[in-house]
Design a protein around this ligand. Structure first.
Ligand SMILES: [Zn+2]
Length: 261
């Protein structure tokens, strides 16, 4: 595992409201969350997890997102998109073999299509739901990001089980964790310096992980709570550090690129 490294990156922040993260709390109160993405170097090919906002969000988010950009406000600089950050860090997007998508909300899909040699791995249920979402969360999907011709998809479903070992070596495992949205998945990464559980939006903040609050953006609160229970058991067994999806207090304390886990 010594040549496997987990790098933490961020494409700016997302302005939202506190109730989007904490159920029924702080109605209308502005809240700002980091928008992480992750790069894992692996001998069988680099892996990108999610990818944050697309580059156009730095200049004209309304043009790409439409009116939802006035509700969820992306804040990023030019050159902060996933592919640009990779190049600046000395990585070639052509070397990315796999893009793992936790789910298809607009703050996770901006890098889809930027990696010419990559297979895109997502739960089939997540893609199905993103193509036909319920009314209350339809605004969180930007179809142009993921409904692209010639994308190489790997769609995971029940036949693959709850745990999918990407390269068959235990380094990167996809874990079904629905509730935040239908078909959400989280990731367990075993790198040279131990295990890390990337909860992604199964737990936006440590308050969700530690049972101090319920998440505000969900398709099923019950599924979300049960997914946290499952992920806590996985993290316990793997002795993993836990990184929640959008914790504005914890994220700045983590080792960002060029440091790595
Ligand atoms: Zn989400």
């Amino acid at each position: 595992m010594s040549d496997i490294r987990l790098h933490l990156f961020q494409t700016g922040t997302l302005g939202c409201r506190r109730q989007d993260i904490y159920l029924n709390q702080g109605l209308g109160e502005p809240y700002e969350i980091p928008v992480p993405w992750y790069l894992i170097t692996h001998p069988r090919g680099h892996v990108v997890i999610d990818g944050g906002f697309p580059g156009i969000c730095a200049t004209d988010p309304q043009a790409h997102w439409g009116p939802i950009a006035d509700v969820f406000v992306p804040r990023m600089q030019a050159g902060q998109d996933c592919a640009a950050q990779m190049r600046a860090a000395g990585f070639d997007p052509a070397d990315v073999r796999t893009v793992l998508l936790s789910h298809l909300h607009l703050d996770h899909t901006g890098a889809i299509g930027m990696f010419p040699n990559a297979r895109h791995v997502v739960q089939r249920a997540a893609l199905d739901y993103a193509l036909a979402p319920d009314w209350f969360c339809a605004g969180a999907f930007v179809r142009a990001d993921f409904d692209r011709p010639n994308l190489d998809w790997c769609l995971l479903d029940e036949a693959w089980g709850d745990f999918f070992d990407l390269y068959g070596d235990g380094a990167i495992t996809c874990i079904r964790s629905p509730g935040h949205t239908v078909g959400h998945q989280s990731f367990l990464v075993r790198s040279g310096i131990g295990a890390t559980l990337l909860a992604i939006d199964a737990a936006d903040t440590m308050d969700h992980w530690e049972h101090r609050a319920l998440p505000g953006a969900v398709t099923s609160v019950t599924d979300a709570v049960r997914s946290v229970a499952k992920l806590r058991a996985v993290a316990d067994r793997a002795q993993a550090r836990v990184i929640p999806g959008h914790d504005p207090d914890l994220w700045p304390t983590l080792a960002q690129h060029p440091a790595f886990y």
